[in-house]
Unconditional design. Structure first.
Length: 149
């Protein structure tokens, strides 16, 4: 059975979303021309609103080539769109920080998404001890050594 994602395009010229054969992620495009100088922040419109199944959320991250081509970083590391953000005017955007002067054109593929099922119901129990041996603290496995010499 397939999962259905309803998509409203806010510009008929925007490239349609398509799942490619390789991988599970789906590319999204800028829905506007954007000029940014180094240090600028911009919420770049992706030109779509979506309605996903009630038990899913959407995870949005940059494409692997986004920084190389455009010099932008996604400021919140990963965007999470929950299934309540589903109105006709709930347009998805990409929060970009420019690390160099750059131009992004309408239709440029700048990020990608995948649908993920919501976390199962979680019970949180407060305890005095976890009853396990400590590894030595966060980052305790030591400094990495080069893997290729």
């Amino acid at each position: 059975m397939r999962t259905v994602l309803k998509v409203k395009y806010h510009d008929i010229k925007l490239p349609k979303i398509n799942k490619i054969q390789q991988g599970d992620w789906v590319d999204l495009c800028a829905a506007e021309d954007v000029a940014m100088e180094a240090g600028d922040f911009k919420l770049i419109s992706l030109g779509i609103s979506v309605k996903m199944p009630h038990t899913y959320e959407m995870h949005i991250v940059p494409r692997s080539s986004t920084f190389k081509h455009f010099g932008i970083l996604q400021t919140n590391h990963m965007g999470i769109i929950d299934n309540s953000y589903c109105g006709d005017e709930d347009v998805i955007k990409f929060p970009a920080l420019a690390m160099r002067d750059t131009e992004i054109k309408f239709g440029d593929r700048i990020c990608q998404f995948r649908l993920v099922q919501n976390q199962k119901k979680l019970s949180i129990v407060e305890v005095e001890t976890l009853g396990s041996k400590s590894r030595g603290g966060f980052g305790s496995t030591g400094k990495s050594t080069p893997c290729c010499r």
